[in-house]
Design a protein around this ligand. Structure first.
Ligand code: LMR
Length: 407
């Protein structure tokens, strides 16, 4: 029965994690998967998360009952405020639908299911390059994907003209998947001024903006600054098209394995009537019920406590600054080591990029040699998770890069 089933290669990112785990060399460095590590190279449980967990366990009403199909309301409503802002007109006008999802991937999956059910002919545009999983999530639901130019390799900067051109040339009403901040894999974000141009172009063609927001707090350490693009999109598109937001708390709350996220739909002002919101909500609930029945509760309760308890929220903001500033420090350390080694090339992009990743510019051959000769693991595209660097390994990594660049 199964003879014709093709063997697939391991997932590119999780394959790195596996190879790294099996590597017996004493010095090895994992710059693969995007997960924060502390200065000892260890996973970090945020102090705010630890405190939130204590509160949950001390609560006498604590239990493991099912959540409702659309999730924990104290999570979804507070999560909406985090991304749209407490002053959001869309929230004040009660035209945002928020449901819980299995982290960002689950939110993207719900959006893909929703599009494939109601708008199966829409083309979904992804940045080139984009997160390795984006294309599969949409194509698995039978949607057609296309790409828009993003990264200009020669200048290691944004190909704004190419980006705007793709928006202009796409069939009217297409879906544009946008990384709200800390673009994965390039670490390169449009400036606020460029975002205005991008959103205006999207509006002029009645396209749909779908923001993937997995790194809010990682670009600048400030949740509001990192939500600029989403808030701009919701405001400028409010009379044009609904805005979709796929929100993850994996990275900014360090809740990787708990799969906490939300899927939001900001309806247009015209859709602000008594029928559309409940109808769309009911369809999203149907998707969720048929796939996971109801979302997982434990991580949702933790993040809901973080967002709903002022002292914990304050600590969480500090935790995000701890993470983002350590990453920034490591960007500078790596760049400075490469400069003092005289490594051929210009390495300033490492400090100019933001978020968890640097698109280093290393070729697949160099990446292969880094892994084979130096036990330094990164993605073949040259993407390095800067969070994997620390005081103890950054010089080693710089020397390894120096060797492979000169080889
Ligand atoms: C990454 O890009 O490394 C992360 O988003 C992890 C993943 O699931 O791919």
């Amino acid at each position: 029965l199964f003879n014709s089933i093709e063997l697939l290669p391991p997932d590119a990112l999780f394959g790195i994690k596996q190879r790294y785990g099996q590597d017996q060399r004493t010095i090895k460095v994992d710059l693969g998967i995007g997960a924060y590590r502390d200065d000892n190279g260890k996973p970090w449980v945020l102090p705010s998360v630890k405190d939130a967990e204590k509160l949950i366990h001390n609560d006498s009403s604590y239990n493991h009952e099912y959540l409702g199909i659309t999730g924990l309301p104290t999570l979804t409503s507070n999560a909406a405020k985090i991304i749209f802002g407490t002053q959001s007109e869309a929230l004040q006008e009660d035209r945002v639908i928020s449901v819980q999802s299995l982290s960002g991937t689950g939110a993207l999956h719900i959006s893909a299911k929703f599009f494939s059910k109601f708008f199966p002919d829409k083309l979904v545009y992804l940045s080139k390059p984009t997160w390795a999983n984006h294309m599969a999530i949409f194509e698995n639901q039978g949607l057609k994907t296309a790409t828009y130019p993003y990264w200009a390799n020669e200048t290691k900067s944004l190909d704004l003209d190419g980006f705007l051109g793709a928006i202009q040339n796409a069939p009217e009403g297409s879906v544009f998947v946008l990384h709200s901040c800390a673009h994965n894999p390039t670490g390169l974000d449009p400036t606020n001024k460029q975002w205005v141009q991008i959103v205006d172009a999207i509006a002029s063609k009645n396209h749909i903006a779908l923001f993937d927001t997995a790194y809010q707090g990682f670009a600048t350490g400030d949740l509001d600054k990192d939500a600029y693009a989403v808030r701009l999109g919701v405001e400028k598109l409010s009379t044009v098209s609904p805005v979709f937001v796929c929100q993850s708390f994996a990275k900014n709350a360090g809740m990787y394995g708990e799969r906490v996220g939300c899927f939001h739909v900001a309806l247009t002002k015209q859709a602000q009537n008594k029928t559309i919101k409940p109808a769309v909500t009911s369809q999203l609930a149907k998707i969720i019920r048929s796939e996971v029945s109801n979302p997982p509760a434990y991580g949702a309760k933790i993040v809901a406590k973080l967002l709903g308890t002022p002292e914990l929220t304050e600590q969480w903001h500090k935790d995000m600054v701890t993470m983002s500033s350590r990453i920034t420090k490591m960007r500078h350390a790596l760049r400075d080591h490469l400069i003092s080694l005289g490594t051929p090339g210009n390495w300033d992009h490492i400090v100019n990029q933001c978020g968890m990743f640097s698109f280093t510019g290393l070729t697949p051959q160099m990446v292969k040699r880094l892994e084979e000769t130096h036990a330094v693991y990164l993605v073949a595209s040259g993407r390095a998770s800067i969070a994997g660097l620390n005081q103890g390994n950054v010089e080693y990594v710089a020397k390894a890069i120096d060797e492979v660049v000169r080889f």
